[in-house]
Design a binder for this molecule. Structure first.
Ligand code: PGA
Length: 252
Protein backbone atom coordinates (compact mmCIF):
# COMPACT_ATOMS: atom_id res chain seq x y z
CA UNK A 1 0.00 0.00 0.00
CA UNK A 2 1.22 3.51 -0.76
CA UNK A 3 1.31 6.26 1.84
CA UNK A 4 4.50 5.87 3.83
CA UNK A 5 4.10 4.04 7.14
CA UNK A 6 0.31 4.03 6.84
CA UNK A 7 0.29 7.70 7.86
CA UNK A 8 -1.53 8.68 4.70
CA UNK A 9 -4.61 6.78 3.55
CA UNK A 10 -4.53 6.32 -0.24
CA UNK A 11 -7.13 8.36 -2.12
CA UNK A 12 -8.24 7.45 -5.63
CA UNK A 13 -10.39 10.11 -7.27
CA UNK A 14 -12.25 10.13 -10.56
CA UNK A 15 -12.37 13.43 -12.41
CA UNK A 16 -15.27 13.04 -14.83
CA UNK A 17 -14.67 16.50 -16.39
CA UNK A 18 -17.51 17.64 -18.70
CA UNK A 19 -18.81 14.15 -19.48
CA UNK A 20 -22.09 12.28 -18.87
CA UNK A 21 -25.70 13.19 -18.19
CA UNK A 22 -27.60 12.27 -15.03
CA UNK A 23 -28.67 8.71 -15.88
CA UNK A 24 -25.15 7.83 -17.10
CA UNK A 25 -23.57 9.43 -14.04
CA UNK A 26 -25.86 7.55 -11.64
CA UNK A 27 -25.10 4.28 -13.44
CA UNK A 28 -21.34 4.87 -13.28
CA UNK A 29 -21.49 5.83 -9.59
CA UNK A 30 -23.58 2.71 -8.89
CA UNK A 31 -21.04 0.51 -10.70
CA UNK A 32 -18.18 2.02 -8.68
CA UNK A 33 -20.17 1.53 -5.49
CA UNK A 34 -20.95 -2.09 -6.34
CA UNK A 35 -17.33 -2.82 -7.24
CA UNK A 36 -15.67 -1.40 -4.16
CA UNK A 37 -15.41 -4.20 -1.66
CA UNK A 38 -13.64 -5.13 1.52
CA UNK A 39 -10.50 -5.68 -0.60
CA UNK A 40 -10.42 -2.02 -1.54
CA UNK A 41 -11.70 -0.80 1.81
CA UNK A 42 -8.35 0.72 2.79
CA UNK A 43 -8.57 3.15 -0.11
CA UNK A 44 -10.61 6.36 0.06
CA UNK A 45 -12.59 6.84 -3.15
CA UNK A 46 -14.02 10.11 -4.47
CA UNK A 47 -15.91 11.02 -7.64
CA UNK A 48 -15.90 14.47 -9.25
CA UNK A 49 -18.84 14.88 -11.65
CA UNK A 50 -19.82 18.21 -13.16
CA UNK A 51 -22.18 20.36 -11.08
CA UNK A 52 -25.60 19.37 -12.51
CA UNK A 53 -24.81 15.68 -11.90
CA UNK A 54 -23.87 16.06 -8.24
CA UNK A 55 -27.31 15.46 -6.65
CA UNK A 56 -27.84 12.24 -8.65
CA UNK A 57 -24.34 10.99 -7.83
CA UNK A 58 -24.60 11.92 -4.14
CA UNK A 59 -27.93 10.10 -3.94
CA UNK A 60 -26.44 6.99 -5.55
CA UNK A 61 -23.49 7.05 -3.13
CA UNK A 62 -25.57 7.79 0.01
CA UNK A 63 -24.73 5.41 2.85
CA UNK A 64 -21.50 4.26 1.17
CA UNK A 65 -17.95 5.28 2.02
CA UNK A 66 -17.44 6.80 -1.44
CA UNK A 67 -17.55 10.58 -1.47
CA UNK A 68 -18.14 13.10 -4.20
CA UNK A 69 -16.91 16.59 -4.91
CA UNK A 70 -17.18 19.59 -7.19
CA UNK A 71 -14.65 20.34 -9.93
CA UNK A 72 -14.29 23.99 -8.89
CA UNK A 73 -15.67 26.62 -6.51
CA UNK A 74 -15.64 30.39 -6.02
CA UNK A 75 -13.72 31.69 -3.00
CA UNK A 76 -16.61 33.91 -1.85
CA UNK A 77 -19.30 32.51 0.41
CA UNK A 78 -22.10 33.93 -1.79
CA UNK A 79 -22.80 36.89 -4.02
CA UNK A 80 -23.14 38.26 -7.54
CA UNK A 81 -20.87 35.77 -9.33
CA UNK A 82 -22.77 34.50 -12.34
CA UNK A 83 -21.82 30.98 -13.32
CA UNK A 84 -19.87 30.27 -10.14
CA UNK A 85 -20.55 27.88 -7.28
CA UNK A 86 -19.95 28.38 -3.55
CA UNK A 87 -18.60 25.91 -0.99
CA UNK A 88 -21.90 25.93 0.92
CA UNK A 89 -23.76 24.95 -2.25
CA UNK A 90 -21.40 22.00 -2.78
CA UNK A 91 -21.83 20.90 0.84
CA UNK A 92 -25.60 21.24 0.48
CA UNK A 93 -25.72 18.69 -2.38
CA UNK A 94 -23.59 16.20 -0.46
CA UNK A 95 -20.01 17.03 -1.47
CA UNK A 96 -17.05 16.26 0.77
CA UNK A 97 -14.31 17.39 -1.62
CA UNK A 98 -13.56 19.99 -4.27
CA UNK A 99 -10.88 20.26 -6.95
CA UNK A 100 -9.00 23.56 -6.97
CA UNK A 101 -6.75 24.79 -9.77
CA UNK A 102 -6.98 21.89 -12.20
CA UNK A 103 -4.72 22.74 -15.14
CA UNK A 104 -7.80 22.95 -17.38
CA UNK A 105 -9.04 25.77 -15.09
CA UNK A 106 -5.63 27.42 -14.90
CA UNK A 107 -5.16 27.31 -18.68
CA UNK A 108 -8.73 27.68 -19.95
CA UNK A 109 -9.91 30.22 -17.36
CA UNK A 110 -6.71 32.03 -16.44
CA UNK A 111 -6.76 30.96 -12.79
CA UNK A 112 -3.74 32.30 -10.93
CA UNK A 113 -1.81 30.61 -8.13
CA UNK A 114 -3.21 33.20 -5.72
CA UNK A 115 -6.83 32.55 -6.79
CA UNK A 116 -6.34 28.79 -6.49
CA UNK A 117 -4.99 29.26 -2.94
CA UNK A 118 -8.00 31.44 -2.08
CA UNK A 119 -10.34 28.74 -3.39
CA UNK A 120 -8.56 26.08 -1.32
CA UNK A 121 -8.75 28.25 1.81
CA UNK A 122 -12.49 28.91 1.25
CA UNK A 123 -13.12 25.19 0.72
CA UNK A 124 -11.24 24.11 3.85
CA UNK A 125 -12.85 26.92 5.87
CA UNK A 126 -16.29 25.61 4.89
CA UNK A 127 -15.42 22.00 5.74
CA UNK A 128 -14.64 20.60 2.29
CA UNK A 129 -11.39 18.77 1.54
CA UNK A 130 -9.61 20.79 -1.16
CA UNK A 131 -7.68 18.79 -3.77
CA UNK A 132 -5.24 21.36 -5.18
CA UNK A 133 -3.77 20.49 -8.57
CA UNK A 134 -0.26 21.55 -9.57
CA UNK A 135 2.07 20.59 -12.40
CA UNK A 136 4.35 21.83 -15.12
CA UNK A 137 3.76 21.99 -18.88
CA UNK A 138 5.90 20.01 -21.30
CA UNK A 139 7.93 23.05 -22.31
CA UNK A 140 8.51 24.01 -18.66
CA UNK A 141 9.86 20.50 -18.01
CA UNK A 142 12.05 20.67 -21.14
CA UNK A 143 13.52 23.95 -19.88
CA UNK A 144 14.30 22.35 -16.49
CA UNK A 145 11.76 24.52 -14.69
CA UNK A 146 9.61 21.80 -13.10
CA UNK A 147 10.59 22.45 -9.49
CA UNK A 148 10.46 26.23 -9.90
CA UNK A 149 6.93 25.99 -11.32
CA UNK A 150 5.80 23.74 -8.46
CA UNK A 151 7.32 26.14 -5.91
CA UNK A 152 5.51 29.07 -7.49
CA UNK A 153 2.20 27.22 -7.57
CA UNK A 154 2.28 26.18 -3.91
CA UNK A 155 3.77 29.45 -2.60
CA UNK A 156 0.42 31.10 -1.69
CA UNK A 157 -1.00 27.92 -0.07
CA UNK A 158 -1.40 28.00 3.69
CA UNK A 159 -1.50 24.88 5.87
CA UNK A 160 -5.15 23.86 5.62
CA UNK A 161 -7.08 21.10 7.37
CA UNK A 162 -7.52 18.15 5.03
CA UNK A 163 -5.51 19.66 2.18
CA UNK A 164 -4.72 17.16 -0.58
CA UNK A 165 -2.28 17.94 -3.38
CA UNK A 166 -2.45 16.41 -6.86
CA UNK A 167 0.71 16.48 -8.95
CA UNK A 168 -0.57 16.51 -12.52
CA UNK A 169 2.08 17.27 -15.12
CA UNK A 170 0.15 19.02 -17.88
CA UNK A 171 1.99 17.05 -20.59
CA UNK A 172 0.63 13.81 -19.10
CA UNK A 173 -3.05 14.81 -18.89
CA UNK A 174 -5.20 13.07 -21.47
CA UNK A 175 -2.16 12.34 -23.63
CA UNK A 176 -1.45 8.71 -22.72
CA UNK A 177 2.05 9.86 -21.64
CA UNK A 178 2.18 8.99 -17.94
CA UNK A 179 5.08 10.26 -15.87
CA UNK A 180 7.27 7.31 -14.92
CA UNK A 181 6.96 6.35 -11.25
CA UNK A 182 10.51 7.75 -10.81
CA UNK A 183 9.62 11.17 -12.27
CA UNK A 184 6.38 11.34 -10.30
CA UNK A 185 8.10 10.35 -7.08
CA UNK A 186 10.83 12.94 -7.59
CA UNK A 187 8.20 15.69 -7.93
CA UNK A 188 6.20 14.40 -4.97
CA UNK A 189 9.31 14.30 -2.80
CA UNK A 190 10.16 17.84 -3.84
CA UNK A 191 6.65 19.04 -2.96
CA UNK A 192 6.68 17.33 0.43
CA UNK A 193 10.12 18.78 1.28
CA UNK A 194 8.90 22.26 0.37
CA UNK A 195 5.91 21.88 2.65
CA UNK A 196 8.15 20.46 5.39
CA UNK A 197 10.33 23.55 5.19
CA UNK A 198 7.33 25.84 5.43
CA UNK A 199 5.01 23.93 7.76
CA UNK A 200 7.29 21.77 9.87
CA UNK A 201 6.17 18.25 10.75
CA UNK A 202 2.55 18.48 9.44
CA UNK A 203 3.82 17.77 5.92
CA UNK A 204 4.22 14.06 6.72
CA UNK A 205 0.46 13.62 6.68
CA UNK A 206 -0.12 15.67 3.50
CA UNK A 207 -1.47 13.37 0.79
CA UNK A 208 -0.01 13.90 -2.67
CA UNK A 209 -1.85 12.19 -5.53
CA UNK A 210 -0.47 11.63 -9.01
CA UNK A 211 -2.61 12.47 -12.04
CA UNK A 212 -2.05 12.24 -15.79
CA UNK A 213 -3.00 9.23 -17.94
CA UNK A 214 -3.29 6.83 -15.01
CA UNK A 215 -4.53 3.43 -16.25
CA UNK A 216 -4.84 -0.07 -14.78
CA UNK A 217 -1.55 -0.88 -16.55
CA UNK A 218 0.55 1.82 -14.90
CA UNK A 219 -1.29 2.19 -11.58
CA UNK A 220 0.56 -0.53 -9.70
CA UNK A 221 3.98 0.90 -10.52
CA UNK A 222 2.84 4.29 -9.26
CA UNK A 223 1.14 2.82 -6.17
CA UNK A 224 4.33 1.01 -5.14
CA UNK A 225 6.09 4.32 -4.57
CA UNK A 226 5.83 5.42 -0.95
CA UNK A 227 5.59 9.08 -1.96
CA UNK A 228 2.54 8.52 -4.20
CA UNK A 229 -0.55 8.57 -2.00
CA UNK A 230 -3.19 7.91 -4.62
CA UNK A 231 -4.35 9.00 -8.06
CA UNK A 232 -6.51 11.61 -9.73
CA UNK A 233 -7.90 9.77 -12.74
CA UNK A 234 -9.55 11.40 -15.76
CA UNK A 235 -10.28 9.26 -18.83
CA UNK A 236 -9.99 5.87 -17.11
CA UNK A 237 -12.46 6.91 -14.38
CA UNK A 238 -15.30 6.89 -16.95
CA UNK A 239 -14.89 3.12 -17.32
CA UNK A 240 -15.88 1.39 -14.07
CA UNK A 241 -13.72 -1.70 -14.71
CA UNK A 242 -10.63 0.45 -15.27
CA UNK A 243 -11.34 2.73 -12.34
CA UNK A 244 -11.93 -0.22 -10.00
CA UNK A 245 -8.66 -1.82 -11.16
CA UNK A 246 -6.83 1.41 -10.32
CA UNK A 247 -8.44 1.46 -6.86
CA UNK A 248 -7.30 -2.15 -6.34
CA UNK A 249 -3.75 -1.24 -7.32
CA UNK A 250 -3.62 1.30 -4.49
CA UNK A 251 -5.15 -1.23 -2.06
CA UNK A 252 -2.57 -3.90 -2.83
P1 PGA B 1 -6.34 11.88 -17.52
O1 PGA B 1 -6.81 13.18 -16.70
O2 PGA B 1 -6.32 10.73 -16.52
O3 PGA B 1 -7.40 11.69 -18.58
O4 PGA B 1 -5.00 12.16 -18.07
C1 PGA B 1 -6.35 13.43 -15.40
C2 PGA B 1 -6.89 14.75 -14.92
O5 PGA B 1 -6.98 15.70 -15.71
O6 PGA B 1 -7.21 14.90 -13.72
Amino acid sequence: MSGASGLRRPLVAGNWKMHLVRAEAAALAAAVRAGTSAATGGVEVALFPSFPLLPAVAETLAGSTIGCGGQDLHPAARGAFTGDVAAAQLLDVGCRYVLCGHSERRQGHGESDRLVAEKAAAAAGAGLLPVVCVGETGSERDRGETFAVLERQIAPLDPLPGLVLAYEPVWAIGTGKTATPELAEEAHRHLRRSFERRWGSGAESLRILYGGSVTPDNARGLAERPEIDGALVGGASLDPAKFLAIISAFAA
